[in-house]
Design a protein around this ligand. Structure first.
Ligand code: UDP
Length: 324
């Protein structure tokens, strides 16, 4: 299939592109390169540099590249930033997706895989989270993802779109080629590994949550396992919106992540306890039974040691990230 990957130069997108190539698909990357990296895109993959809200460019790209499906990853992702600048999240995440959908309608492209988030769930939803658990985002980031699912719910049946919304839990880990290099970095695992590299301390945001050790619990999913869910979602054929969690099913606290990072890196990693970070849910753990049952998806590399070891190996091999 010829597949447009918006955000294909980013962390998750670059690994999806790797997996698409491996499976014999033809990915085309659409990216603004504001945060994506050209070096993350293999030389044989066509690139369109543009903003997601440029509907005319998207429409032209879908037509000229004879696109059959869109994997739409572009979006703002930092939960903390969404508390201080929510408008930007609605503009890029909701407005940007509407632009993609409009271009798809114009060009009769029917298949869309959308990157949603565990951040859509209500904080008091029972764990592990099922797709039918109550929603109630605690951040504008989560709200923007939920709004997209809702708008797709109206648009997809009206236009015969086949949409899959994958609710990502916490992407982590690396392949040999691609890893996590955000600037600024806000995510726990890369910050912990950076602290290990520099022999610095690592901050824990909140130590009084109602969890096993007072720190937030997250379900970390290896980026390659996450990528494989997208490839399976491309096979769906039922019009409408199908929602799947994509998580490992196991939760780890911030302290447990740091403990394993000490074991993997051999570094001391002293801790600095800080106040809670705005917008954080205290615990998110998925059950991904639905995607396992319906699409046969199973995580292969999402145990805590492999997540940290693959990310650590990538950082050691790429000390400057994607910089030349
Ligand atoms: N976190 C932390 N120290 C850091 C970065 C993150 O304690 O330096 C915590 C954060 O407050 C959250 C968890 O680690 O409870 C996971 O945060 P991350 O930003 O990686 O992912 P999120 O779940 O927010 O998407």
């Amino acid at each position: 299939m010829r597949i447009l990957v918006t955000g294909g130069a980013g962390y998750i997108g670059s690994v999806i592109v790797e997996e698409l190539l491996r499976a014999g698909h033809t990915p085309i990357v659409y990216d603004s390169f504001l945060t994506g990296h050209r070096a993350a895109v293999p030389a044989e993959v066509a690139i369109v540099a543009g903003d997601i809200r440029d509907t005319a460019l998207l429409t032209r790209t879908l037509a000229e590249e004879r696109i059959e499906a869109v994997i739409h990853l572009v979006g703002l992702i930092e939960v903390g930033l969404s508390v201080t600048n929510p408008a930007a999240f609605f503009e890029t995440n909701v407005g940007g997706t509407m632009s993609v959908v409009r271009a798809m309608i114009e060009t009769d492209v029917k298949r869309l895989v959308f990157s949603s988030s565990a951040a859509v769930y209500a904080e008091d939803a029972p764990l592990p989270l099922r797709e039918d658990a109550p929603t109630g985002p605690t951040s504008a980031y989560g709200a923007s993802k939920l709004m997209v699912e809702q708008l797709l719910g109206w648009v997809a049946p009206a236009h015969g779109l086949i949409c899959t919304s994958l609710r990502y839990f916490n992407a982590a880990g690396a392949t040999a080629r691609n890893g996590e290099a955000h600037a600024p970095e806000t995510h726990l695992m890369p910050l912990v590994l950076r602290a290990a590299e520099r022999d610095e301390s690592v901050s824990i945001f909140g130590t009084d949550y109602p969890t096993v050790d007072g720190t937030c619990v997250r379900d970390y999913i290896h980026v390659r396992d996450l990528a494989s869910a997208h490839l399976l979602a491309l096979e769906l054929s039922a019009p409408g919106v199908t929602i799947y969690n994509v998580g490992s099913g196991t939760g780890y606290s911030v302290r447990q992540v740091i403990e394993m990072a000490r074991a993997v890196t051999g570094r001391a990693l002293p801790i600095s306890e800080r106040p809670r970070r705005g917008g954080d849910q205290y615990a998110t753990v998925a059950t991904s039974e639905r995607i396992t049952r319906e699409l046969g998806w199973r995580p292969q590399q999402s145990d805590l040691r492999t997540l940290l070891a693959t990310a650590w190996a990538w950082r050691q091999a790429h000390p400057n990230g994607y910089a030349e």
